[in-house]
Design a protein around this ligand. Sequence first.
Ligand SMILES: N[C@@H](CCC(=O)N[C@@H](CS)C(=O)NCC(=O)O)C(=O)O
Length: 213
Amino acid sequence: MIVLRAKGVEFEVTHITADAKPEWFLEISPHGKVPVLWVDDEVLFESCAITEFLDETVKPRLHPMDPIKRARNRAWTDFTPDFSKSLGAVSYAETKQTQEKAAENARPALARLEEALTVERGNAGPYFNGRDLCIVDAAYAPFLMRFTLIENLCETGTMKDFPKVDSWRQALVDDDIVKGSVVPEFLEVFENNLRKRNAYAAKILDKNLRQIN
Ligand SMILES: N[C@@H](CCC(=O)N[C@@H](CS)C(=O)NCC(=O)O)C(=O)O
Protein backbone atom coordinates (compact mmCIF):
# COMPACT_ATOMS: atom_id res chain seq x y z
CA MET A 1 0.00 0.00 0.00
CA ILE A 2 2.79 2.42 0.86
CA VAL A 3 4.52 1.78 -2.49
CA LEU A 4 1.27 2.15 -4.42
CA ARG A 5 0.55 5.41 -2.59
CA ALA A 6 4.11 6.70 -3.11
CA LYS A 7 3.71 6.10 -6.83
CA GLY A 8 0.29 7.74 -7.01
CA VAL A 9 -1.23 4.68 -8.68
CA GLU A 10 -4.99 4.21 -8.72
CA PHE A 11 -5.90 1.03 -6.90
CA GLU A 12 -8.68 -0.70 -5.05
CA VAL A 13 -8.12 -2.49 -1.77
CA THR A 14 -9.95 -5.49 -0.39
CA HIS A 15 -9.07 -6.26 3.21
CA ILE A 16 -8.95 -9.89 4.29
CA THR A 17 -9.71 -10.95 7.84
CA ALA A 18 -7.12 -13.52 8.88
CA ASP A 19 -9.58 -15.84 10.63
CA ALA A 20 -12.24 -15.61 7.90
CA LYS A 21 -10.42 -15.81 4.57
CA PRO A 22 -12.86 -16.02 1.67
CA GLU A 23 -12.66 -18.93 -0.76
CA TRP A 24 -11.77 -16.70 -3.76
CA PHE A 25 -8.80 -15.33 -1.82
CA LEU A 26 -7.50 -18.80 -0.90
CA GLU A 27 -7.72 -19.73 -4.57
CA ILE A 28 -5.48 -16.86 -5.70
CA SER A 29 -3.03 -16.59 -2.79
CA PRO A 30 -0.64 -19.57 -2.94
CA HIS A 31 0.33 -19.30 0.76
CA GLY A 32 -3.05 -17.98 1.90
CA LYS A 33 -1.33 -14.75 2.94
CA VAL A 34 -1.66 -11.06 2.17
CA PRO A 35 -0.60 -9.06 0.29
CA VAL A 36 -1.52 -10.16 -3.20
CA LEU A 37 -1.69 -7.77 -6.14
CA TRP A 38 -4.11 -8.30 -8.95
CA VAL A 39 -2.83 -6.74 -12.19
CA ASP A 40 -5.15 -7.26 -15.16
CA ASP A 41 -5.53 -11.06 -15.18
CA GLU A 42 -2.38 -11.84 -13.23
CA VAL A 43 -1.99 -12.28 -9.49
CA LEU A 44 1.30 -11.47 -7.79
CA PHE A 45 2.17 -12.50 -4.26
CA GLU A 46 4.96 -11.90 -1.68
CA SER A 47 5.47 -8.26 -0.74
CA CYS A 48 9.08 -8.04 -2.04
CA ALA A 49 8.11 -9.46 -5.44
CA ILE A 50 5.12 -7.11 -5.65
CA THR A 51 7.24 -4.12 -4.68
CA GLU A 52 9.93 -4.93 -7.23
CA PHE A 53 7.29 -5.35 -9.94
CA LEU A 54 5.74 -1.99 -9.10
CA ASP A 55 9.12 -0.29 -9.04
CA GLU A 56 10.00 -1.69 -12.45
CA THR A 57 6.71 -0.76 -14.05
CA VAL A 58 5.46 2.46 -12.41
CA LYS A 59 7.32 5.73 -11.97
CA PRO A 60 8.79 7.32 -9.92
CA ARG A 61 11.57 4.82 -9.17
CA LEU A 62 11.81 4.34 -5.41
CA HIS A 63 14.93 2.19 -5.55
CA PRO A 64 18.27 4.02 -5.97
CA MET A 65 19.60 4.17 -9.54
CA ASP A 66 23.05 3.02 -8.47
CA PRO A 67 23.16 -0.83 -8.66
CA ILE A 68 25.35 -1.18 -5.56
CA LYS A 69 23.07 1.05 -3.51
CA ARG A 70 20.06 -0.81 -4.91
CA ALA A 71 21.52 -4.17 -3.88
CA ARG A 72 22.23 -2.84 -0.40
CA ASN A 73 18.70 -1.48 -0.16
CA ARG A 74 17.37 -4.92 -1.09
CA ALA A 75 19.63 -6.52 1.49
CA TRP A 76 18.26 -4.26 4.24
CA THR A 77 14.72 -4.92 3.06
CA ASP A 78 15.48 -8.64 3.47
CA PHE A 79 16.27 -7.97 7.14
CA THR A 80 12.69 -6.78 7.79
CA PRO A 81 11.31 -10.20 8.91
CA ASP A 82 14.04 -10.63 11.57
CA PHE A 83 13.55 -7.08 12.73
CA SER A 84 9.76 -7.29 12.84
CA LYS A 85 9.95 -10.58 14.76
CA SER A 86 12.04 -8.88 17.45
CA LEU A 87 9.67 -5.93 17.78
CA GLY A 88 6.63 -8.21 17.55
CA ALA A 89 7.88 -10.16 20.58
CA VAL A 90 7.86 -6.88 22.56
CA SER A 91 4.43 -5.90 21.23
CA TYR A 92 2.71 -9.20 21.90
CA ALA A 93 4.47 -10.21 25.16
CA GLU A 94 1.87 -11.36 27.65
CA THR A 95 3.46 -10.00 30.84
CA LYS A 96 5.61 -7.05 31.85
CA GLN A 97 8.48 -9.44 32.56
CA THR A 98 8.36 -11.15 29.18
CA GLN A 99 8.06 -7.77 27.52
CA GLU A 100 11.20 -6.55 29.31
CA LYS A 101 13.01 -9.70 28.24
CA ALA A 102 11.80 -9.27 24.64
CA ALA A 103 13.01 -5.65 24.64
CA GLU A 104 16.43 -6.90 25.76
CA ASN A 105 16.38 -9.61 23.08
CA ALA A 106 15.51 -7.01 20.42
CA ARG A 107 18.76 -5.13 21.01
CA PRO A 108 20.93 -7.01 18.46
CA ALA A 109 18.41 -6.38 15.64
CA LEU A 110 18.08 -2.73 16.63
CA ALA A 111 21.86 -2.38 16.84
CA ARG A 112 22.23 -3.74 13.31
CA LEU A 113 19.75 -1.28 11.97
CA GLU A 114 21.33 1.57 13.93
CA GLU A 115 24.63 0.61 12.31
CA ALA A 116 22.98 0.56 8.88
CA LEU A 117 21.54 4.01 9.45
CA THR A 118 24.90 5.30 10.68
CA VAL A 119 27.44 3.73 8.30
CA GLU A 120 25.49 2.44 5.38
CA ARG A 121 23.09 5.29 4.92
CA GLY A 122 25.66 8.07 4.73
CA ASN A 123 23.02 10.79 4.69
CA ALA A 124 21.11 12.88 7.20
CA GLY A 125 17.76 11.21 6.57
CA PRO A 126 15.02 11.51 7.49
CA TYR A 127 14.37 8.43 5.33
CA PHE A 128 16.65 5.49 4.63
CA ASN A 129 18.12 6.98 1.45
CA GLY A 130 17.81 10.62 2.46
CA ARG A 131 15.07 13.03 1.59
CA ASP A 132 12.73 10.76 -0.36
CA LEU A 133 10.75 7.77 0.76
CA CYS A 134 12.18 4.53 -0.67
CA ILE A 135 11.44 0.83 -0.64
CA VAL A 136 13.40 0.15 2.55
CA ASP A 137 11.20 2.74 4.28
CA ALA A 138 8.06 1.10 2.87
CA ALA A 139 9.21 -2.30 4.16
CA TYR A 140 9.86 -1.21 7.75
CA ALA A 141 7.14 1.43 8.16
CA PRO A 142 4.22 -0.93 8.95
CA PHE A 143 6.17 -2.52 11.81
CA LEU A 144 7.53 0.76 13.15
CA MET A 145 4.03 2.22 13.02
CA ARG A 146 2.59 -0.61 15.11
CA PHE A 147 5.52 -0.54 17.50
CA THR A 148 4.96 3.19 18.07
CA LEU A 149 1.46 2.43 19.35
CA ILE A 150 2.87 -0.18 21.72
CA GLU A 151 5.54 2.20 22.93
CA ASN A 152 2.94 4.91 23.58
CA LEU A 153 1.11 2.44 25.81
CA CYS A 154 3.91 0.53 27.51
CA GLU A 155 6.90 2.91 27.44
CA THR A 156 9.35 0.02 27.22
CA GLY A 157 12.27 2.25 26.23
CA THR A 158 13.28 -0.42 23.68
CA MET A 159 14.70 2.20 21.30
CA LYS A 160 16.32 4.53 23.77
CA ASP A 161 19.87 3.43 22.91
CA PHE A 162 19.15 3.50 19.18
CA PRO A 163 18.53 7.16 18.35
CA LYS A 164 18.82 6.83 14.58
CA VAL A 165 16.30 4.01 14.42
CA ASP A 166 14.04 6.00 16.71
CA SER A 167 14.16 9.17 14.62
CA TRP A 168 13.67 7.12 11.43
CA ARG A 169 10.63 5.55 13.13
CA GLN A 170 9.28 9.02 13.96
CA ALA A 171 9.82 10.30 10.40
CA LEU A 172 7.93 7.30 9.02
CA VAL A 173 4.97 7.54 11.37
CA ASP A 174 4.71 11.28 10.59
CA ASP A 175 4.74 10.68 6.82
CA ASP A 176 1.38 11.25 5.09
CA ILE A 177 1.87 8.35 2.67
CA VAL A 178 2.53 6.00 5.58
CA LYS A 179 -0.28 7.45 7.72
CA GLY A 180 -2.81 6.99 4.92
CA SER A 181 -1.73 3.41 4.19
CA VAL A 182 -3.97 1.88 6.86
CA VAL A 183 -7.73 1.60 7.10
CA PRO A 184 -9.54 4.33 9.06
CA GLU A 185 -10.44 1.82 11.78
CA PHE A 186 -6.81 0.62 12.02
CA LEU A 187 -6.39 1.58 15.69
CA GLU A 188 -9.49 -0.33 16.76
CA VAL A 189 -8.46 -3.42 14.76
CA PHE A 190 -4.94 -3.29 16.19
CA GLU A 191 -6.19 -2.90 19.77
CA ASN A 192 -8.63 -5.79 19.38
CA ASN A 193 -5.82 -7.92 18.01
CA LEU A 194 -3.75 -7.13 21.12
CA ARG A 195 -6.68 -8.22 23.28
CA LYS A 196 -7.18 -11.41 21.28
CA ARG A 197 -3.52 -12.28 21.73
CA ASN A 198 -3.74 -11.55 25.45
CA ALA A 199 -0.90 -9.05 25.14
CA TYR A 200 0.31 -7.12 28.15
CA ALA A 201 -0.16 -3.96 26.06
CA ALA A 202 -3.91 -4.70 25.95
CA LYS A 203 -4.01 -4.84 29.74
CA ILE A 204 -2.37 -1.38 29.94
CA LEU A 205 -4.76 -0.10 27.28
CA ASP A 206 -7.85 -1.34 29.10
CA LYS A 207 -6.55 -0.07 32.46
CA ASN A 208 -6.08 3.40 30.88
CA LEU A 209 -9.57 3.23 29.40
CA ARG A 210 -11.08 2.29 32.80
CA GLN A 211 -9.30 5.26 34.40
CA ILE A 212 -10.74 7.64 31.79
CA ASN A 213 -14.31 6.34 32.23
N1 LIG B 1 6.64 -13.28 3.14
C1 LIG B 1 5.28 -12.79 3.01
C2 LIG B 1 4.65 -12.76 4.39
C3 LIG B 1 3.21 -12.37 4.33
C4 LIG B 1 2.53 -12.49 5.66
O1 LIG B 1 3.05 -13.07 6.63
N2 LIG B 1 1.33 -11.93 5.72
C5 LIG B 1 0.56 -11.97 6.94
C6 LIG B 1 0.02 -10.59 7.26
S1 LIG B 1 1.32 -9.42 7.47
C7 LIG B 1 -0.65 -12.87 6.74
O2 LIG B 1 -1.22 -12.93 5.67
N3 LIG B 1 -1.03 -13.56 7.78
C8 LIG B 1 -2.20 -14.36 7.79
C9 LIG B 1 -1.89 -15.83 7.84
O3 LIG B 1 -0.70 -16.22 7.84
O4 LIG B 1 -2.86 -16.60 7.94
C10 LIG B 1 5.25 -11.41 2.36
O5 LIG B 1 6.16 -10.62 2.65
O6 LIG B 1 4.36 -11.14 1.56
